[in-house]
Design a protein around this ligand. Structure first.
Ligand code: GMT
Length: 378
């Protein structure tokens, strides 16, 4: 098949999922055309069989106070669909990708070509951005008019029906991991663990974009309690608006000497190789891809019990869940996992096993099946 993929090319989970899906489809022999304003971070620089990249470049015309990105994207989708003979356009994130795709499909129809649109909802397009009333009519329209709609968790599916006038069917296809890809550099990174912690210390980790929804101050609060009972260090990977709050919280709680802020890494998951526990304290999370990646590397998760997280992190198996903002309970849970080598080993094993449910090998055929159903219909 010739498949067009539209996504945000950044470090966000939706871009990562879209890129890894495209890479996997290309390995299966499909021709994959990425259409974005910059090369997706997980693609940059490498020549890959069956993968093509089409850049959407917005001109800087002085008349426009706001550059019409959505329209340039639409034109690019039309162009690629026609000239690369796309069979399907898979857009990740409702706005503006799904709405632009619907317009592109209309233009293509007039040119005698029907290209079905698959829209994948990722979370913030519904739970944060989407709830903003100014976007509601466009999001509802784009979802209802898509040929197929998928969401990354059951929780996100229910939220979409709750917040929007959506009547279209939504199919849950969860996010996935590709364990083989994750394993590179394990030995090398394990080798530098001693730069961050002594052998007897545990390493807790948090990876995110440091947006308010992640509640990164809670990560520091939980850690401050844990390190009173278990010798430990904390590593932050990523950057974003609330990093400054996390740094201030470290100073307030007197734990700066035990906390490392590594900033953005090209491959954030590498830091997991030297970690013992992942903390995910989010207010809401449609899925929690970062937690799944941690689990796949054998790092258990202490997380909030919200949104799609309980569909990923199984309480008592891959980690433990607490109510959002319940610092005491999260700290208690973290201590119970980290206290003994036996408990930690059991949770590491549980995390790995649970992550297998989301192995790419299981999930990829679901997308391929969906695409082929749409081809038959049209
Ligand atoms: O977590 C973010 O803020 C980034 C955002 C995105 O769209 O890239 O992540 C969302 O999509 C990810 C991939 O499907 C999910 O794993 C994240 O849970 C979801 N984030 C939220 O719902 C807050």
């Amino acid at each position: 098949m010739n498949i067009g993929i539209v996504c945000y090319p950044t470090f966000g989970g939706s871009g990562v999922v879209a890129t890894e899906l495209g890479k996997a489809l290309a390995r299966q022999g499909h021709k994959v055309h990425f259409i974005t304003y910059a090369q997706p971070v997980r693609l940059v620089g490498s020549l890959r069989k069956n993968i093509f990249y089409h850049e959407v470049s917005v001109s800087d015309y002085p008349l426009f106070e706001y550059q019409p990105y959505e329209l340039v994207l639409t034109s690019k989708m039309v162009d690629v669909a026609l000239h690369e003979n796309l069979d399907v356009l898979h857009v990740h994130y409702a706005i503006p990708h799904a709405s632009a795709a619907i317009m592109a499909r209309e233009i293509l129809k007039e040119k005698g070509k029907y290209v079905p649109i698959v829209t994948t909802l990722h979370g913030t397009d519904i739970t944060l951005v989407g709830k903003d009333e100014s976007f509601e009519p466009v999001i509802t329209h784009a979802i209802n008019k898509s040929d197929a709609v998928t969401s990354v968790s059951e929780s996100l599916k229910q939220d979409t029906y709750k917040y929007f006038g959506v009547t279209n069917e939504i199919k849950v296809i969860p996010n996935f991991i590709c364990p083989e890809n994750l394993e590179s550099r394990r030995e090398e990174i394990e080798g530098i663990r001693s730069n961050y912690a002594r052998a007897e210390e545990r390493i807790l980790i948090h990876i995110s974009n440091f947006r308010a929804v992640k509640r990164v101050e809670d990560v520091v609060k939980v850690f401050a309690k844990v390190q009173q009972r278990v010798p430990a260090k904390l590593i932050f990977v990523g950057d974003g608006p609330d990093r400054i709050k996390a740094e201030a919280k470290c100073r307030e709680l007197g734990v700066c000497d035990k906390v490392f802020f590594l900033g953005r890494l090209k491959n954030p998951t590498e830091a997991l190789f030297m970690s013992d526990l992942f903390l995910l304290t989010s207010e809401t999370e449609s899925f929690g891809l970062a937690a799944l990646e941690a689990m796949a590397i054998g790092v258990p998760v202490v997380s909030s019990n919200t949104g799609g997280i309980p569909e990923v992190n199984k309480h008592g198996v891959s980690g433990l869940l607490s109510e959002v903002g319940d610092i005491e309970d999260m700290a208690k849970n973290a201590i119970s996992i980290l206290k003994t080598d036996e408990a930690l080993a059991a949770y590491k094993q549980g995390a790995k096993e649970q992550s297998e449910l989301f192995n790419l090998k299981k999930i990829l055929p679901e997308y391929e099946h969906l695409y082929s159903q749409l081809l038959v219909k049209n």
